[in-house]
Design a binder for this molecule. Structure first.
Ligand code: 6R9
Length: 654
């Protein structure tokens, strides 16, 4: 049987290698999981002791999914920045290295910051924000490269009770403007420019362009600019402040704001199947307990180890496992500015050797891209420090899993394939390194407190080994509380499809051992290189072009990216299709959203397959994009069935 085939049947099992130290054996998992679902308040009351509370909570959980009202630790008071920094310094760990910064260019200087140094820097930045007029509850947009100041900006906001909204540095000015506008943010923290793979990203210029957008209404009261590359930028008098200049005028002592557990901590925009990106809202206490606990168990972090999560702080993985989870645990971690293939394909492995990384957490898309380059770039560097490997962001195909396990981890390191979402705050389904055998391609078992349920399209509960839509039936501390400014949309998006349950939007298989296999999104969300994108967002970018009449966007399997973006576009009457126009439309999408949304295929077509009531039949468009013409299903309800042949012909011609 082919290896990948056996994995799909669940027959292929890789035993958990023995771990010298572990926070959780198989017996521990069984006992703790049972307690976490039979008596969640007792379980989470104990886990909450990981946090240093100003007022410890007496009420642990208080939630309802109909109507949706989620609270954890509601009468507790804390500050998450205190927990990430001050607490460790007070415990005599001020000299422990918190961040090791590895720049984009290996020849540039690396930086190390201890917990005491990070505390001092964050306090200074917090005082700068105060000097600019930022107050508790204000929304602060962070548009930063992957440099320590990005993490500091988040922690500085948390310290003074401001709500951070990090926007990925790869997003365009238009996308940035929409996110500033949506949450009414009047402050931005940015850098003159960022560096990625040797290229300069004009961050400050993008902020200026965003504010100049014609439909941008919220004026900015302050922009704090970190001088990273010495780029020549415009500074607006009275509004824009160089961080290094302002920081020189403030103290490095800043008291932590007491925050109620349910006070907002951050907003993070993420794509859904309809409409504009949603500002997913996380609050303070539950998120702190959740990220601290998941980091502790999933990565089985041991004091002195070096952790590296290669995500960007612009995504939830960076929030939970670069900033909050590791620092709440007093860990030492690498923060990497660059990309896996610059200056060459051995960059990741070189960084692992340089800092003797023990735990490495990355995305399947990076693994597949590096696997394609063969084993040599990996073997050129010593990886004997590695103890544990992790993946996140999309399903990992068993072939890539095996390469990661055998070649990168030399067969020695367990792999945690962590399934979770922006909305879940942290890891939900994963094997634990010392507790569970692994099955390549399966995320594994539910984390403590997580009760997955598979349902059919009508909401009927499916038992045993089966396939279905993945729901979670009970709340957990790290769950998102709302969509910023639109609680109804929160209810509608996540709790209305299957009443009384949180619906993840993912399809999933459960095997006879109770292992979960995520099969991908079942809604109109596509996952390109681990980045979530609503097909509707790409469609609205396309139709905003003057020559476009209509657009339909679907995902299709892509060897490296997991899914690629396939766009069907009809033009306005009188417009002629041409290669130039295709190039222009691709560029237009990049400008509207950002390079991550660049269409892989742009298919100009005279029409789209529609039902007589005018609904676009996406099922057919998906099949054609996949080059799967044998199972187009029933096309008889189409208003004009002949359009299908013309689409197939168009697909075959590219
Ligand atoms: C953390 C993060 C969430 C979506 C999710 C699912 C996919 C994430 C996965 C995975 C299979 C894994 N996903 N991890 N699919 N196996 N280990 O990625 O959050 O950007 O919100 O994306 O990503 O489809 O629904 P986010």
């Amino acid at each position: 049987m082919a290896a990948d085939q056996s994995a799909k049947t669940g027959a292929d099992i890789v035993p958990a290698p023995p771990q010298a130290n572990t926070h959780c054996t198989a017996a521990d998992y069984d006992r703790l999981y049972a307690q976490s679902v039979s008596d969640p308040d007792a379980f989470w009351g104990t886990q909450a002791e990981r946090i240093d509370w100003m007022t410890p909570p007496t009420v642990i959980s208080n939630w309802d999914y109909d109507p949706v009202d989620i609270k954890w630790f509601e009468d507790g008071v804390l500050n998450i920045c205190h927990n990430a920094l001050d607490r460790h310094v007070a415990a005599g760990k001020g000299d422990v290295t918190a961040l090791i910064f590895e720049p984009d260019d290996p020849n540039s200087e690396a930086r190390k910051l201890t917990y005491a140094e990070l505390l001092s820097e964050v306090s200074k930045m917090a005082n700068c924000l105060k000097a600019m007029g930022v107050k508790k509850g204000d929304r602060v947009t962070i548009y930063m490269p992957m440099i320590p100041e990005g993490a500091m900006a988040m922690l500085a906001c948390a310290r003074i009770g401001a709500i951070h909204s990090v926007v990925f540095g790869g997003f365009s000015p238009e996308a940035l403007a929409g996110r500033i506008e949506d949450c009414g943010s009047r402050f931005v923290i940015t850098a003159d420019a960022g560096l990625r793979g040797g290229k300069t990203v004009p961050l400050k210029a993008n902020v200026d362009a965003a504010i100049d957008e014609p439909d941008h209404e919220t004026p900015l009261d302050g922009v704090l600019v970190v001088n990273h590359v010495g780029a020549d930028i415009a500074m607006v008098q009275g509004r824009d402040h160089w961080y290094h200049k302002l920081a020189a005028t403030v103290s490095n002592d800043c008291a932590c704001e007491p925050m109620a557990a349910e006070d907002p901590l951050f907003i993070l925009y993420t794509s859904g199947s309809t409409g504009k990106p949603k500002g997913v809202l996380h609050t303070t206490g539950g998120y702190a307990v959740w990220t601290a606990t998941t980091f502790h168990y999933v990565f089985d972090y041991q004091p002195g180890e070096v952790f590296w999560c290669s995500a960007d702080i612009g995504w939830v993985t960076g929030h939970s496992y670069i900033v909050y989870g590791p620092l709440l645990n007093g860990a030492t971690e690498v923060m990497f500015e660059g990309v896996p293939n610059y200056p060459d394909f051995s960059r990741f492995w070189q960084v692992i050797e340089k800092y003797q990384v023990n735990i490495f957490y990355t995305a399947p898309t990076a693994i597949r891209a590096l696997m394609r380059e063969g084993d040599e770039p990996v073997k050129a560097h010593d990886r004997s420090s590695l103890r544990l490997l992790g993946t996140v962001g999309e399903p990992i195909n068993p072939e890539a899993w095996r390469w990661y396990h055998q070649v990168v981890g030399e067969g020695r390191c367990p792999i945690v394939d962590t399934w979770w979402q922006t909305e879940t705050g942290g890891t939900m389904i994963t094997t634990l390194p010392a507790a569970h055998d692994m099955k390549p391609g399966s995320a594994g078992k539910p984390f403590f407190g997580i009760q997955p349920q598979l349902v059919d399209n009508e909401g009927g509960v499916l038992e045993g080994a089966t396939d279905g839509n993945l729901c979670i039936i009970a709340s957990w501390p790290g769950q998102a509380r709302s969509v910023y400014g639109d609680h109804e949309r929160f209810e509608q998006t996540y709790f209305s499809t299957y009443k009384g349950k949180y619906f993840t939007g993912d399809g999933c298989k459960r095997d006879e051992d109770g292992y979960y296999w995520i099969t991908g999104r079942v809604d109109d969300v596509i996952n390109v290189s681990g980045h979530r994108m609503g097909t509707a967002e790409v469609e609205s970018a396309l139709v905003s072009h003057a020559k476009v009449a209509e657009a339909a966007v679907v995902g299709y399997p892509h060897d490296i990216k997991g899914q690629g973006i396939y766009c069907y576009v009809t033009l306005n009457a009188g417009e002629e299709p041409s290669d130039e126009l295709v190039a222009e439309l691709r560029k237009h999408v990049r400008t509207e959203i950002g390079p991550i949304a660049t269409p892989d295929h742009l298919h100009l077509t005279p029409g789209l397959p529609k039902t007589r009531s005018g609904k676009i039949m996406r099922r057919i468009l998906r099949k054609i994009a996949e080059n799967d013409y044998g199972s187009l299903g029933d096309t008889s309800t189409l208003a004009d069935p002949s359009i299908v042949d013309s689409l197939i012909e168009g697909r075959l011609n590219r």
